[in-house]
Unconditional design. Structure first.
Length: 222
């Protein structure tokens, strides 16, 4: 894996699900993905600081887990152990199940991914014209969502750097689980339109995000 921060050459992602921007005027939809602990959430905040409308798929999943119908479906599919004593979703217990069983992981994705995609569409409908809209989707390529975006950006980092960012034991278990299930960084970078290796400081990342935001904004004006 390349260690120095830089922009990799763009490539064309295969078409899949219909683009979110189809039928909309003056909106550019950016998909933001990357490896666990690489700095996606920080990058998303930087996009927001520049004026982009931003959406986090992880936060959308958190909201879904608050719904009683979703909790009931999780209990029915994975057993009562995925719910805590107060009835909330025990995310760590659920993660242990799906990391250990590909069939369970597929079942969870079949339940959650369509709901998240629908929330993304609803969010986009609230955005005004002449807007860069950024969706942070950690499993963008893994879940076949690449055809939904006008521009795809991936944030990567060396494994040692990412492991340090997930230093506490709880986060470390999640890091190990997700890191082993995601596409390799090199493959994700080859599929994205723009990729950045975030092994440097925040100012370098900010300059990269600014360059992507300018590129997306020019597409609105074109």
């Amino acid at each position: 894996m390349i260690r120095e921060p830089h922009i990799l050459a763009p490539s064309t992602a295969p078409a899949g699900t219909a683009r979110l921007s189809a039928g909309l005027s003056g909106v550019v939809v950016v998909g933001l993905t990357g490896s666990v602990g690489a700095g996606k959430s920080t990058a998303l905040r930087m996009f927001a600081d520049l004026g982009a409308a931003v959406f986090s798929a992880d936060e959308a999943v958190h909201r879904l887990y608050l719904r009683s119908d979703v909790r009931a479906s999780l209990r029915a599919r994975f057993g009562p152990e995925v719910l805590a004593d107060n009835g909330s979703v025990d995310r760590e217990a659920l993660a242990e199940i799906v990391f250990a069983d590909e069939g369970a992981r597929s079942q969870l994705e079949d339940l959650i991914h369509p709901e998240v995609a629908e929330e993304m569409r609803r969010f986009l409908n609230t955005c005004r014209s002449s807007t860069v809209v950024v969706f942070e989707v950690p499993l963008l390529f893994d879940s076949g969502m690449e055809g939904m975006f006008d521009l795809i950006v991936t944030i990567e980092a060396g494994r040692e750097v990412r492991a340090r960012r997930a230093a506490d034991p709880g986060r470390q278990r999640v890091f190990e689980g997700f890191d082993s299930k995601q596409l390799p960084s090199e493959q994700r970078a080859s599929l994205a339109d723009v990729a950045y290796v975030n092994d440097g400081d925040l100012e370098q990342l900010r300059r990269f995000i600014e360059s992507v935001y300018r590129r997306a904004s020019r597409c609105i004006l074109a």
